[in-house]
Design a protein around this ligand. Structure first.
Ligand code: F6P
Length: 496
């Protein structure tokens, strides 16, 4: 399958990601309904759009998506790949979300996990197949010399595979996750480490959300034949990985190629958020939330996917500690926790979801009174309600164990009506930019988090407003459209 294909496509700019900008549902009458997704990548790509010869290649994820592919229904500028459901499940649930996600977020509970056995090898074969399907589709669609921006840990092998098929392309890879420290990355079987690096370093440019993750990546490349990491090119130019070949006869080294390392910190989209957060459905939800919170009470808000790395349970335990330590806060504060379903095909995510519910119920039965529900937990995804909570929040709790960036930390200060104190994990990528005006927490330290919540609740109103302003400015420094263009331009400008 890997014989070079001619430059046959017309797309000048291509994006590849597992989840695309649109999904389909089959209605009761058999018709297909398209639902456009949100998020940074979607608004980023709209800066280019199909008219400018841009194409987004993504997976069909649902039965509706697969049906759309079968019926030939689609949007301009989007190509969905109907990868067999079992191959996709192994690649997405098995390798991407249960192995790579765990490694980069340091989620394994050793000594029981991980176990790299025959089942892992079977799933890995699917991951290869799934990546190859993307590489082949991209090779087919790309115009001569086009720029291809491959997204995330689902598609680590695509750059290497695509380079073999189409050496004329400019290929970038962007990681939206953290990158594992070398000791953690080294848990992966050796050949898999090499395979992942070979895949990624097939790109001209490998980019991350912060220098912390980029440096971790460089540290993992160190010592891996046949690469050599350059902290900085001469004259302060970007960091790079050199691809070195040794002549077997003379033993002399030759540099065949360089992969540059880039950092682009995705920011919040202020214009969109301001407009969207003042629409009538958000106002309605604010009224409902005010009822749930109760007049005069302060709100500690969190909004997350129910994701292991988001640390929702320790957040609840910290809130309980706060109530234990400060009886004067009883009846005066509410923890508004939105924990939206995520990756429910995986048992560990289902168990975590149940644990979040259990701890919230426990706190409510321990402390609740007829007129006060200490934890208001919502688990049904509702973006308008999230925005309503951002506007009302007195305190935002963002305490991930580890996070590539965390856009909630960036969105809250932008949307907040009257200023919101931000309690922020130092392990979130966003901490690099927001740390100065946030209250920092060690995400594992429940008592420390409780103390930070108290500090946030008692922060003088003026200081809170001032900090929120500065946080909003830092959070919007590189909005999605610019973030996307910056990467694209860097890739195009790069010397081969
Ligand atoms: O953080 C990495 C990421 O791929 C994000 O881009 C995205 O928000 C999240 O994970 C979603 O994961 P999934 O597609 O599994 O729901």
């Amino acid at each position: 399958t890997s014989s070079p294909s001619p430059a046959s496509g017309a797309a000048q700019v291509l994006v590849a990601s597992n989840r695309g900008p649109v999904s389909y549902e089959v209605g009761d009458d058999g018709s297909l309904r398209a639902k456009r997704g949100g998020g940074g990548l979607v608004s980023g790509l709209s800066a280019i759009g199909p008219d400018a010869g841009a194409l987004w290649v993504c997976s069909a994820l649902s039965d509706g998506d697969r049906e759309a592919v079968r019926r030939g229904v689609g949007e301009d500028g989007v190509r969905m790949l109907d990868i067999p459901a079992d191959v996709h499940a192994d690649a997405y649930n098995g390798i991407a979300n249960s192995v790579l996600w765990f490694v980069h977020h340091m989620l394994y509970q050793t000594p029981l996990e991980p176990v790299f056995d025959a089942e892992f090898r079977r799933q890995w074969a699917s991951y290869e197949t799934y990546n190859r399907a993307f590489a082949e589709a991209l090779a087919q669609e790309a115009a001569e010399g086009a720029a291809v921006l491959v997204q995330d840990y689902h598609l680590c092998l695509v750059p290497g595979m695509l380079r073999e098929l189409r050496p004329d392309l400019r290929i970038g890879h962007f990681s939206h996750t953290p990158w594992a420290p070398p000791e953690y990355f080294a848990m992966l079987p050796d050949d898999i480490q090499v395979r992942l690096m070979e895949g990624l370093l097939g790109a001209d440019r490998v980019a991350f959300l912060t220098w912390r993750w980029a440096t971790a990546f460089e540290n993992c490349v160190q010592g891996l034949d046949p690469y050599r990491w350059l902290p900085l090119w001469p004259s302060g130019a970007p960091r790079a990985v050199e691809h070195v070949r040794k002549d077997p006869g003379t033993g002399r080294e030759r540099i065949t190629r360089k992969t540059l390392i880039g950092v682009h910190s995705l920011g919040a989209d202020a214009e969109f958020l301001h407009a969207r957060s003042h629409e009538p459905d958000v106002e309605e939800r604010m009224a409902a939330l005010r009822e749930e919170i109760g007049a005069g009470r302060k709100a500690i808000v969190r909004v997350d996917r129910t994701e292991l790395s988001k640390n929702i349970v320790r957040g609840l335990l910290a809130y309980r500690q706060l109530l234990d330590d400060h009886p004067e806060l009883l009846e005066q504060v509410v923890h508004v926790a939105f924990a939206y379903p995520s990756r429910q095909d995986l048992a560990v995510y289902r168990d975590y979801t149940a644990e979040v519910q259990r701890v919230a119920d426990e706190i409510n039965s321990q402390y609740g009174t007829p007129g006060w529900t200490p934890v208001v937990l919502h688990v049904k995804d509702d973006f308008a309600r999230s925005l309503a909570a951002y506007r009302l929040a007195d305190v935002a709790l963002v305490n991930p164990i580890r996070d590539g960036m965390n856009l909630v930390a960036k969105e809250v200060p932008v949307v907040s009506d009257e200023g919101c104190a931000l309690v922020l994990s130092r392990e979130a990528g966003a901490f690099q930019e927001l740390g100065k005006d946030a209250i920092a927490v060690n995400p594992y330290d429940v008592i420390g988090t409780a103390t930070a919540l108290h500090e946030a609740l008692t922060m003088p109103t003026e200081e809170r407003a001032e900090r929120t302003k500065r946080l909003a400015a830092a959070a919007t420094a590189l909005p999605p459209a610019q973030w996307f263009l910056e990467q694209l331009n860097a890739l195009r400008d790069q010397a081969s």
